[in-house]
Design a protein around this ligand. Sequence first.
Ligand code: C2E
Ligand code: MG
Ligand code: MG
Ligand code: MG
Length: 290
Amino acid sequence: SAKKHRVGSIALHNAAIQNAYLNKIKLRDKLKEALKEKLLDVHYQPIVDAKTGRIRKFEALIRWFDEEYGMVSPGNFIPIAEEFGLIHYVGQFVLEKSCDDLSKIHQAGFTDVSISINRSVNEFKSTNNQIELISEAIEKANLPYNAITIEVTESMATNKYTWHVLSILRSKGVKIALDDFCTGYSSLSNLIDNQVDYVKIDKSFVDSLVADKSKQAMIKCLVDLSTQLNIRVIAEGVEQSVQLKMLQQYGCHNIQGYYYSPAKPIKECLNMLHGSKEKNIKQCAATQAS
Ligand code: C2E
Ligand code: MG
Ligand code: MG
Ligand code: MG
C-alpha cells in the first residue's frame, strides 16, 4: 500500500505540473492578444529628491488589465514574456510610450524631469539591436539622451555583452541604474566595475531597515561609497515617514514609494507636477513674506 500511495502522489504531482503549464500557456496567449489589441498600459511612479521632495524622475511600470484576471502583476507576466519570446514587444511598447509621455512632460515645461525604464536580460541579445532601438525612440520623441535611464537588475551585471551595450548607450548620454540592489548576492564590485549612475535599494531591504541595525550600517556605507563614486542612491518601496527620516539621515539621494505615490497614468503625473510647482511657488512666497 506504501507503493500505491507513492504512485498516487506522483500522479497528483504530474497533474499539478500540467496544470501550471496550462495556466502559463493561457497567460501567454492572453498576453499575445493584449499586445495585439493594445490593451497594455504604462503608469509612472515618481522618484523624488530626498531633501526637497521634488519630483526628479518617473519610473515607467507596465500595467495590464485583463477582463478575466483583473490587474495582472508584471511580476507574474514579465517572466512569461521572457520565456516565450514576447519581451521584445513588451519592451518596445514601454519604450515608445514612455518617450512619448516624457515629451509631454517636457512640453508642459518640466524639462528637468527624466524617465526610468526597466529592461530584461533577454532584451540584450545581439540580434535585437538595443542601441539602435533606444536611440531611435529617444530621437523620435525629440528628447535629450540624458532624460532616459535604463534600469537593469544586478543579476544582469554578470553578462559582458549587456554591459558592452549599456556602455555605448551611456557614452551617448543615457543613464544606467542598477535595480533591486541588496537582494540575492549583492556585490559592491558591481558598483565599482560597471559604469552606473544610480543604484536602487530594493523594497525588501527598505522594509527591514528600521528594525535591523546591521542593515542600517550597510545602507549608510552604501550611500557613502556611492556618493564617492558619483553614483546616486534611490531607495525603493518607502512607505513610512520613519523609513524616510532614516534614509534622509544617511544621505540617500532619492526616494520612491507609496509614501509619496504609487505609479499613476500620465495625466495624473502631469497634475502632480503642476501641483508641486504651485506648492513650490507658495513655499517661496511664504519664505519671502516672512
Ligand atoms: P521594479 O523595477 O523593482 O519596480 C518597483 C516595484 O515596486 C513596482 O512593482 C512598484 O509598483 C513597486 N513599489 C514601489 N513602491 C512601492 C511601495 O511603497 N510599496 C509597495 N508595496 N510596492 C511598491 P510592479 O509595478 O508590480 O513591478 C514589478 C516588477 O516588474 C518591477 O520591479 C520590474 O522588475 C518588472 N517590470 C515592471 N514594468 C516592467 C517593464 O516595462 N519591463 C520590464 N522588463 N520589467 C518590468
Ligand atoms: Mg525598476
Ligand atoms: Mg527595483
Ligand atoms: Mg524591486
